[in-house]
Design a protein. Structure first.
Length: 264
């Protein structure tokens, strides 16, 4: 874990010059943003608000969950207030690059493709790709997902989205996990592909009667905090706050409250 985190921290110092054919030279030339954020006094963090228990909107119309708790605590340790911005997942990296917010604290998997255009702080937890269907379904193996009559549901723009398309699956996309699980239980889709933890927690809580399809070779993903490139001072300040939180027990307090245990 320490080795992978060191590699990821070094990647914070590296820049890429293009995103989907667009030059990012103006961003590369900009100064580190930590001083600007400190002067403003507010760290703007983004997430979908549709990924319980990591981030969701409660009955008081507040965005709560593990991600907001982590992001708010990082900001507090940096002497900052927090502004939480909800946005669609498929445009969240574009919004970050366009300076609509300062960081994405929204359970974003760290991938090589994303690391070409943004940088990551963390990781702050680990999960894996998982496959779920309704309890009692005839679908019991991943081989059956290649059947064109089987519809696979995913969140648009997530890591699993392009992966499922590359497998040739019959894909249908949605805005977030609650909608995905509702469509699954109502029979409009046959299988959901998602990070394992939130679905397993929903099953454990008795919210859904689902079955996990065995996938012993499923890919594991570390989740990180995304920031714009060429911000080593901001990255170092956020990483320091995260590391201290993990060391002094605050991280485990949040983990126990929102996800029921350690997910590092």
């Amino acid at each position: 874990m320490k080795k992978s985190m060191n590699i990821l921290r070094r990647s914070v110092l590296m820049g890429a010059t293009a995103l989907m054919g667009m030059s990012l030279a103006p961003l590369a030339a900009s100064a580190d943003e930590l001083s600007q954020i400190t002067e403003r006094g507010v760290l703007r963090i983004a997430m979908t608000g549709q990924y319980p228990p990591f981030n969701f909107v409660n009955e008081k119309n507040e965005v709560v969950g593990f991600d907001p708790a982590i992001g708010t605590e990082i900001a507090r340790r940096m002497g900052l207030e927090t502004e939480i911005i909800t946005t669609a997942w498929d445009g969240i990296i574009g919004g970050l690059i366009a300076n609509k917010f300062d960081a994405v604290v929204g359970s974003m998997s760290i991938t090589e493709e994303r690391d070409k255009v943004i940088d990551f702080v963390g990781p702050y937890y680990n999960t894996k790709r998982a496959f779920f269907t309704v309890a009692g379904s005839d679908i019991t193996s991943l081989d059956q997902l290649n059947d064109k009559d089987v519809t696979v549901g995913l969140t648009l723009g997530e890591t699993h989205d392009q992966w499922a398309r590359d497998q040739g699956y019959n894909v249908r996309t949605y805005k977030g996990l609650p909608e995905l699980l509702l469509e699954l239980t109502n029979g409009r889709i046959d299988v959901v592909i998602n990070d394992s933890i939130p679905v397993l927690l929903a099953m454990k809580a008795g919210q859904y009667d689902l079955a996990e399809i065995p996938a012993p070779d499923a890919e594991a993903f570390p989740a990180g905090i995304a920031i714009r490139e060429n911000n080593p001072e901001l990255a170092a300040a956020m990483q320091k706050a995260l590391d201290e939180m993990m060391e002094d027990g605050t991280y485990m307090k949040f983990a126990n409250e929102w996800v029921g245990g350690d997910i590092r």
